[in-house]
Every structure is written in C-alpha cells, then in structure tokens.
Design a protein. Structure first.
Lengths: 190, 665
C-alpha cells in the first residue's frame, strides 16, 4: 500500500479530518468532564449483579420481594458509607457464596462462562479467514456481463460505454414500468 | 358421554392416521407409487381434521365447565370471565401440546396441498417428515400427557388459572410463540427431504423461502408480545430479562434470521450449502430444546409454571432429531460441493458471512449462558446463574456490530465491491454518523457506550434512508412524483425494501433498548398520603389508597397525581390484584404512561392501609421506540412475505400499449 499517494486523495483527507474532529469532541466530553455516578445508579448497578436469593432467576435490582428490597437498602447504605462496588459485592459473596453472583468472576471454573463465547467467536473468525484465503488463491471466475462494474467498463471506449449505459437504463426503466427519458445521463445509477 | 371422550377418540385416530401417513408417503416415494403418495397426503388432511376436533372438544369442555376432566379442573374455575376460560385450554402443559399439534397439522396440510410446483421428488418425504413430527406429538398426547384424562369424582368448581396468565397479553403471546416454534417444522421437513433424496441444489430453498419468512415473522411477533407482557405484568421496569425461557425463544429466532440471510447466498451463488442445512436443522433443534427447557423445569425461570414429566420425552425427541439429521448430513456431505467459490471478502457474500458469524455468535453466547446453571451444577455441584448483566456485556457489542453490518452489507455488490463504490455509497451516511457523534456529547449525553451505540444506529439508518432516497430519485427522474415513487419502489421490490423496513425497525428498536438501558432513572420510596416523589423531572404525588372488588378477584389500588414542572399531567392508579383461590400470588397492576418518548412506569409493591404505599417509579426514556420498531419489523416481514403479482410478459403487452398510444395521438 502506497500511503503517500493514498493520503493525497481528497476523500481520505476529508474522512481523516472528520475522524479527528469526532475524537477531539469525545476526548473533551468523556475524559475531561466525566460525571460520577449517582448513589441510585451505583445501587442499581450493584444490585443487578446479585441474584435475588428467593426468586426464580431475578436479580436483586429487578425483584420486588421484601428481601430484595432490604438488600437494596443495605447496598444503598454501603454506597453512602463510601464502600467501593467490589467491596460491597464481596461482602454479599462472603455471606451467600458464589451462587449470589450474576456476573461470575473471572477465576477458576467460572471463567468458562466468559471464555466459551470468546473462543467460539475466535474459532468462527479463524474458519472464515482460512476459507477466505482459499477463495483468494482460487482463480477468479470471469466477470458476468450483468453489470457495468469497474473491471468491465475499463475495456470499453467512452462511446461504447455511453451507448451501453443508455440501453441498460432503458431496459431497466421498461422493466419497472417507467417512462424512459433519455435526459440527464450519469445522474442516476441503476 | 362428555366432550373429553370425543377428544380422546379423535386423538387416538389422529395418531393412527399420522403413522399411516409416514408409512405410505415413505413407501410411495421408495417404490415410486404415486397412489400411495397421494393416499399419504390425504391421511395428513384427516389428521388435521381429527386434531381440530380434539381441540374443539377441549374448548367445549372448558366452556361447559366440565370439571370431571382433570385438565379443565386444574386450569379454570366458574368465576373466570369467558375469554380466559376459552383460552385457558393452552395455558397448561397438555393443552399447549394439543394446540401445537393442531396448528402443526394445519400447517402440514397447507404445505402438502400448496406445493404443487416444488420439486416433485421432495414432497413425499416432506409429508413423511412432518407426519413423523406429528406422530411424536400425538404419542406424547395419547400416552404421556393427555388433556382428556377424567377423574372419578367430579369437583364442583375448578382451581382456576394461574394469576400471572390472566392478562390480555397472555391471550396472544403463548399461542404466537408456540406457533413460531411449530412453523419452523416445515422448513426443517424440506431440508430433511432434500437430504434424503439428495436433491441438494437450491430447489428446496426456493420452496421454503416464504415459509421461513412466515415462521420468522410469527416468531418475531411472539417475542415482541412476550416482551410487552413482561413489561406490563412483571413490575421491574423492563421488558427483557434474559430469562432462560426468553432465551429459549430467542435462540431459534437468531439462527432463523441467519438462515434467511445465508439462503440468499446459496440462491445467488450456489455456495454455503452445508451451512444452510446446518442452520435450519439447528433452528428446529433449538425449538425442541426450548420446549424441553420450558417443560422440564431443569432451569429455574420466571416462566416455571408449565413443567411436568414430559421434559424427558422431549429430550429423547431432541436426541432423535439430532441423530437423524447429523447422520443424513454426513451421508450426503460428498454432494454438498459449492458451485461457485467466493471472490472477495468485501462483497455482499462477505457481508452475509459476517452477519451469520455475529448471529450465531450471539446465539452461542446466549445458549452458553442459559446452560451455565446445568454446567456448574454438574461440574461444581453448585448451581450458578448468570444474569442479564452477562448477556448485556457479551451480546451488546455483538448486536452493535451486527447493526453496523446491517447498514453496510446491503449496499455491497455481489462477488466483489470496489473501494470507490464503497466510498460513494457510504460518504453521506458516515458524515451523518459523525455529526451525531459530535452532537450527542455536546447535547449532554455523557455515557460513552450509549453514544457509540446511537452513532452506529444513526449510521445504519442513514445508509438505509440514503438507499431508499436514491431509488426514489431514479423513479422521480422518470416522471413519477415522490410519494408515488416511494410507494412503487416498495410495491415492486417487496423482498428488498421489506428487508430494509425490517432493518429500519430493528434500528429503531435498538435505539429504544439503548435508551432504556443507559438512561433509565428509578426511585423507590414509602409514601404517606400527600407525599410525593420526583424521578427525572416527573413528580408523583400519592393521593389515596382504596380497595375494590372485581369478579373473581380483590384489588387494592393507590391513586397518584403525575405532574411535570408544576403542571398536572394525569391521574394514575397502580396496585395489586389477588384472585380468588390464589391468596399468595398477588398480581401487580402497573401503570405505564407515555409522554412523548418517555415511559413513566409506576409499580406499587404494597399498600398499607389507606394512607401509605410502597412505590417504585421508573422513567424509561425512548422505550416506546421498542414497540414502534417492533411494529416496523413486523410490517417489513409481512411485506417480504406478501406474494408479488406475477408480471405479464412484456412482449404480449407491448403491441396493445402501442395501439393505445396511437389512438391517443
């Protein structure tokens, strides 16, 4: 890839300029003026990582049972007392065991829940990449004549190209039940 | 003689005819006897007739309050209103199985009747496979869990319907979802028939294209109705909790969506044959798996009200389905060579591949999380569950990429897209995305991932709108005005533009999901009379609490005044309803008020006397978009499915038109 000639293209320059502008705004707004989460948000975040001990697969954040309500108020008190998210979760884990966690930790056996999908996705990507390499190695089949793509139109003279485009436009228009107008060539793309 | 006896007889006869249909279709195909094949086909019509009879008998048992039938006794009572009494027939294990079998028999009859133009060698086997699935359901209905069992003592009143099911959403959500599960049987039958006969070109795919679309649309409807029901009934301010049963319904939807896309590659280019077969078999297997999971109760769920001993039977059926499918698959592998190789990754095919990779990735992660309790219980001896949090973290990014691919993919050329065409197609959408990316943080959206998600949605939406706009403009240059041009575009290319409509719907839905997930505000409080609570600018004042007696139930309600900026918006009521016979299972009456794009969701967890209530208030911004997007998806699905008018050949029409024009001149 010739980077220097690529960089000289207008389109790429515009794209890069826009990208830089977006990044600049994002850095200013997200990194510099980030707001801390409110007590209520933090309570909800922590509660949604804990399983309601008496429910069928509901989190402490979602459940309306009395015990979940009590647990939420305990979490709220802990948050107000200045404990970190991890500390609060660890205290619940200490009293209820691993089964209380809805987001299994990344250690030992529970790691498989996280690695399973990642491994599967990587395997999928690997298979597709290997297959793609195979396709590239096989000879490309000759282009079909159903479209005027860049490869075909390269071999045509400008006159021929204009004539074929006109024929194509007329046929497409008739196919669509449209009135064919010869005007404004090149304005529309089929 | 009771209606239930009639039903029992009909079920037995249906099984006999279904077994006959398998034998005569398969033998007819094997020995090349058209008469036998035709006889098998007619047997399937008879099965449908008997199953409809059984269904009607069960409904009549309910409406006549025949409590001597155990199923009627367990699922209805005298005090229930007629609409719940009628629909109670699919509220339990046995009845829903009967509903499933009946709808499958009707679809089967349709499938064998309508497919005159499908590859002739396939049809007997399609009939045989569908008859086999029917036979399985009928064996279960006759011998394992029959809805027509009678007790010797006839009780005076029934137990009544589970309170959670007494909701208008429940009248439509389960039958729709079951219908969705069931309707994937037809594409599966065609796939198996193609494997058996070895006619593995795209003939079978063309035959099932509209069946799969219909099944997809039905399943989408079922999922949306389920989400809507959860939102209105469960009281936690959300509509999708990644509950195991919800996941079970989502899994076949994901693989079916992948299948709908990858079949286009096979129809166009003759590749991905193995993959397509695998996807449709997986879809059907996941439907059976979902049923097994819901019925067996092996995984705890908010839906755990339908389990029974039938789980094992479904597990056996699942094993049989997988064994037969994989066996046939391996046997036919030598015939599954692609007709064309891929030319480039940057192409329509490449887009579809990525789409499939993402959809199956999401399906796998969801499956994995759903099975995790079983895995942890068997390997560690401790049942551990993963919550919504896990699915959001794993599936959220995958869905985001999927939506991006959804915008880009349809505009890539088949075989190979040149970079210049990619640039031409995407510069404007990319610019709009950039504008959104700059505007959102400046307007005060300070959650990074929310901004990323919304930018992706904006980009894809812009791509689709730009594409539609270009189509409309071309027609406009040929003399149609803009509204007509847009209408004609959608009317003449239903599959393509219906697809865009589905994509657009998914984007709108995604914006709604992002809004609810990142910007939800909530408060809970104990309110005394006259006290108020303010959440995200909405103020809720507790006015009073009162009790009400309804037919078959007692309700306690709290009344509130909802206001914003000092202006009263409306009076609302929320509370709890306790049905007779179910004192321990109160059902919440939730109030959801929509103002613009905000949902104000009020849930009262308890009412203490006339002067105090515990209340939980959620403000869900953008959530109404979930339902609007869903409606758009369904509209698009129906548009894709709707048959196109066959065009009259141009050669015959042309002279007539010229004559008309000559006269006009």
């Amino acid at each position: 890839v010739n980077w220097r000639s690529l960089l000289r293209q207008r389109s790429l320059q515009v794209a890069l300029a826009v990208l830089v502008a977006v990044l600049a705004v994002w850095v200013v707004t997200f990194a510099i003026s980030a707001r801390p989460r409110s007590v209520e948000q933090r309570t909800h975040d922590i509660a949604s990582q804990l399983r309601c001990p008496v429910c069928n697969g509901e989190s402490v954040a979602d459940s309306s049972t009395p015990i979940a309500q009590q647990m939420r108020s305990v979490i709220r008190q802990d948050v107000q007392a200045g404990q970190s998210d991890d500390q609060i979760i660890a205290s619940f884990r200490a009293s209820y065991g691993d089964a209380i966690l809805l987001r299994p930790p990344l250690d030992g056996f529970t790691a498989i829940i996280w690695f399973g999908p990642i491994v599967a996705l990587l395997a999928g990507i690997a298979i597709v990449t290997l297959a793609a390499r195979e396709w590239r190695r096989s000879q490309p089949t000759p282009a079909l004549a159903h479209g005027l793509d860049d490869e075909v139109s390269r071999d045509l003279s400008p006159d021929e190209r204009a004539r074929l485009m006109a024929v194509l436009r007329r046929e497409l228009a008739e196919d669509e039940g449209l009135r064919y107008t010869s005007g404004r060539p090149g304005k529309e793309r089929a | 003689v009771h209606f239930s006896d009639l039903g029992a007889i009909a079920l037995t006869l249906a099984l006999v005819f279904a077994l006959y249909a398998i034998a005569s279709s398969a033998l007819g195909a094997r020995l090349n006897r058209p008469a036998l094949v035709a006889s098998g086909r007619r047997a399937l019509y008879v099965v449908a007739a008997f199953l409809v009879t059984a269904c009607v008998s069960l409904i009549l048992s309910f409406t006549t309050h025949d409590f001597g039938a155990r199923y009627v006794y367990e699922h209805s009572s005298l005090s229930m209103p007629w609409q719940y009494t009628t629909t109670a027939f699919y509220s339990g294990q046995e009845g829903s199985l009967l509903y499933w079998a009946t709808t499958l028999s009707l679809f089967t009859a349709l499938a064998v009747a309508l497919h005159g133009r499908s590859p002739a060698r396939l049809m007997p086997w399609v009939a045989a496979v569908l008859a086999s699935i029917l036979s399985f359901l009928l064996i279960a209905l006759n011998f394992v869990s029959t809805p027509f069992a009678r007790t010797r003592v006839v009780p005076l009143d029934g137990l009544g319907l589970n309170p959670l099911l007494r909701d208008p959403g429940m009248l439509v959500h389960p039958p729709m979802l079951l219908l969705g599960y069931m309707s994937f049987s037809v594409p599966f039958a065609f796939a198996i028939a193609a494997l058996i006969t070895g006619e593995l070109d795209s003939g079978w795919l063309r035959s099932i294209r509209r069946w799969t679309l219909a099944a997809w649309t039905i399943q989408t409807t079922g999922l949306l109705l389920g989400a809507w029901w959860a939102y209105h009934v469960l009281g936690w301010g959300g509509y999708w909790g990644w509950d195991p049963v919800e996941n079970a319904a989502l899994l076949p939807w994901l693989t079916a969506t992948a299948f709908l896309h990858s079949t286009m590659v096979q129809e166009r280019r003759g590749s991905l044959k193995v993959w397509n077969l695998a996807l449709i078999i997986a879809t059907f297997a996941l439907c059976v798996f979902g049923t097994f999971e819901v019925r067996s109760g092996v995984i705890s769920s908010v839906h755990s009200f339908a389990y029974s001993a039938i789980g094992g039977v479904f597990l056996g059926f699942l094993a049989l389905v997988l064994l037969v499918s994989i066996g046939l698959f391996v046997y036919r592998l030598p015939r599954l060579r692609p007709e064309h190789e891929f030319d480039s990754v940057v192409s329509r095919e490449g887009g579809f591949l990525l789409n499939n990779l993402l959809l199956t990735g999401i399906a796998f992660a969801t499956f994995w999380g759903t099975l995790f309790p079983l895995l942890s219980a068997s390997f560690r001896g401790q049942t551990m569950t993963v919550g919504a949090d896990y699915y959001q973290q794993v599936n959220g990014p995958l869905f985001a990429i999927l939506i991006l691919v959804m915008g880009i993919g349809p505009l890539l050329a088949w075989r190979r897209a040149s970079w210049s065409s990619v640039w031409r197609n995407f510069r404007w959408p990319a610019l709009i995305a950039a504008v959104v990316a700059i505007a959102l943080p400046i307007l005060g959206v300070r959650d990074f991932w929310a901004v990323v998600g919304l930018v992706i949605c904006a980009c894809s939406a812009a791509t689709i709108l730009y594409e539609v706009w270009r189509g409309v403009r071309v027609r406009h240059t040929h003399g149609e005005n803009y509204p007509l041009a847009a209408l004609m575009l959608f009317n003449r290319h239903r599959v393509r533009y219906g697809g865009y409509l589905v994509h657009m719907g998914l984007i709108v839905l995604a914006v709604g999901v992002i809004g609810g997930h990142f910007f939800q505000s909530q408060q809970e409080a104990q309110l005394k009379r006259g006290e108020s609570l303010t959440v995200a600018g909405y103020t809720l004042r507790f006015d009073r609490a009162f009790g009400e007696t309804e037919p078959g139930a007692d309700a306690v309600k709290a009344q509130f005044t909802l206001s914003r900026d000092g202006k009263t918006l409306r009076q609302i009521e929320a509370g709890q309803r306790t049905f007779d016979g179910f004192p321990d299972q109160p059902v919440s009456i939730i109030s959801i008020s929509t103002f613009g794009l905000d949902d104000v969701y009020v849930f009262v967890s308890s009412v203490d006397g006339a002067d105090a209530a515990s209340v939980r208030v959620f403000v869900n911004p953008l959530t109404p978009l979930v339902w609007m997007g869903g409606a758009l998806m369904l509209l698009g699905g129906v548009l894709c499915w709707w048959p196109e008018r066959r065009r009259r050949p141009a050669l015959i029409e042309q002279p007539a038109r010229r004559e008309r024009e000559a006269v006009a001149l």
